[in-house]
Structures are given as C-alpha cells and as structure tokens.
Design a protein around this ligand. Structure first.
Ligand code: CP
Length: 308
C-alpha cells in the first residue's frame, strides 16, 4: 500500500480488516526497527495521536510529533505572498520532513467555510505532492480512514453476521466535520451489512458517500432491530458547515436503544455526554473497545506502508 488516505488506497479491504484482528495484542519490534514515523498535527487529537504512536512503538519505530500552529505556523495556500504570520510554506516543510522519515502522517480538519477546498482535500493533496515517503492520513477534511478501519474491525470482531447498522446523526453544540460519517459509509460498503443512515432534514451528506445506505429522516425506523448504532454529529453540507437550530431530541437514549436488537452503541469519541447520547447509553456501549482497537488498526496500516 503506497499511501493510506481513504478506502480507495486499500488493495483488499477484507484482508486489511482481518490483519487488524490477527495482530491484535501483538508486537513486532523488529519489523520497524530503524524506521521513523513523523506525525504532523494541524488539529488536536487524543486517540489518533496516542494510538498511532503506540502502534509505531509496537513495531519498533521511532516517532516524531509536530504540532503546527504552536509557535510554528505553516502557510498552506499555493502561491501565497508570505508576509503574514507563517514562517514556512507547507511544500518546503513536507519536502524536508519526508527526508527525515519513512512514513509521514498528517491530521487536518476542514475549514467548514470553503466546501470546495475541503472536498478537494487541498491540504492533504499538498502534503502528498511534496512528500517523498508514504503518507498516512490521521483524518483529513472529508475522511477519517484509521477511525473507519477500526470501526469495521470492531464490527467484524463482534461475530454478528449480516448486521443491521444504523448510522445516526446526533446533536452537538459546535459545528463538526463530516469526515467520520463519510468515511464510515465508504468503508461499511465493504461489509456484508445492511447500513441505514438517519439524520434530520438539512444534514444530507454528499451523494457519493450515501449510495450504499438506506437513508431516512425517521431515526426510530433506522434504529429498529439494529445490531449496531453508530452515532455521530456532523454539520450541514447543504448549508455548509452550519449548525441548524433544533433537533436536540435526536440525542440517543435508552428508550431509543430499546428499539434495537440489543444493539451495540458506537462512537468515535470524544463524545458530549447527555447531548449526543445519555450517560446510560455510553456507559453500556462498546466505545472503549472501539477506541482500544485504534492501536491495532494503525499497526496493521503502518506494516502495509513500511512494506511499500
Ligand atoms: N476519534 C478520534 O479521532 O479522536 P481524536 O480526535 O482524539 O484523535
């Protein structure tokens, strides 16, 4: 695998999911010995940062971590006249960084104001264009492939055959990206699963992401007999990046979960308790198992990238 930025980069999705579960709990410190992983963050992260670092260490890799914006600001605009705050252009920084490392990982978020730039993945493409080594996405403007690989492995690990998966929008006080849900829908098309997507009017996703799902504005219809409830907020695509008023009653609670087939509640975390879902739902969920699986997904991907 030459890069890992979306499911389209993966030659065999089922094999990669199996890899995640096969290597779970293992280390191979010889595999990545004398190799370096560099992680560049344009946005904060707890799970992606720690799990990818742990995965690299399990393979014996050294890890370098840089946070852009904390005293070191990168210009990302092509052709920019750099007379502002940014000291260095991303094209120069990435060329230099990739000469020091074996895998370059980058976490960026969407602007949520410029849909064209976000959906063109301008920043990620700039990184790929300047990197001399494989690029690993730690979440981009429109996708979060490491999260989705983890989610698929967690679902397969449950052993439930042909599951019904209800992907539901939930309320949130801030405008959030569409990356997690976009990516989940792309990856879940490779599972033998019945995928439903439910959200209030105005929260439609871009059509290419929803083509394999049954879409409804009726949350209870989607949750009915579901084996998994995948819950996530995202901001509007049609009113790009906006938070539409209302819909607080879309929070997932035990009454809604009782409509499922003893459904397992999933969320990528971080989660706003008693806004997105109630304490009772989160406390009886599989979100911590899901988060723990982030290590094994990252480890499987790093192994593939080091083989490239
Ligand atoms: N789920 C996830 O990507 O979490 P972080 O933002 O903490 O990395």
């Amino acid at each position: 695998m030459k890069q890992f930025t979306s499911v389209a980069d993966v030659p065999n999705v089922s094999n990669l999911i199996e890899d995640v579960l096969r290597i779970k709990g293992t280390q191979d410190r010889e595999f990545g010995k004398h190799k370096n992983l560099t992680m560049l963050f344009f946005n904060p992260s707890l799970r992606t940062r720690m799990s990818t670092q742990k995965a690299a260490q399990n393979l014996g890799m050294d890890v370098s971590v840089l946070d852009s914006g904390q005293g070191w600001k990168l210009e990302t605009e092509p052709g920019a006249i750099m007379n502002g705050d940014a000291q260095e252009h991303i094209c120069d920084a990435i060329k230099v960084m990739s000469s020091y490392t074996d895998v370059l990982a980058v976490r960026s978020f969407p602007t949520l104001t410029d849909k064209e730039a976000d959906y063109n993945e301008t920043l990620l493409k700039a990184v790929i264009a300047s990197s001399q080594v494989p690029v690993l996405s730690l979440e981009s403007a429109t996708r979060h492939p490491l999260q989705s690989l983890t989610d698929m492995a967690t679902i397969v690990e449950s052993g439930i055959r042909k599951p019904k998966i209800a992907v539901t929008w939930a309320p949130h006080p801030k405008c959030l990206p569409q990356a997690v849900v976009n990516s989940f829908l792309e990856w879940s098309a490779f599972l033998d699963a019945d995928v439903w997507l439910t959200h209030p009017p105005g929260y439609e996703l871009d059509a290419p992401f929803t083509q394999h799902a049954t879409v409804t504005h009726n949350q209870l219809e989607a949750l009915e007999d579901a084996d998994f409830v995948y819950c996530k907020n995202w901001s509007s695509v049609t009113h790009y990046g906006q938070r539409l008023e209302g819909y607080d009653d879309w929070m997932v609670d035990t009454m809604k979960m009782s409509r499922t087939k003893q459904g397992k509640f999933m969320h990528c975390l971080p989660v706003r308790r008693n806004v997105v879902a109630t304490d009772a739902v989160i406390d009886s969920s599989i979100v911590y198992e899901q988060a723990a699986n982030r290590v094994w997904a990252a480890q499987a991907v790093l192994q593939q990238l080091l083989k490239a």
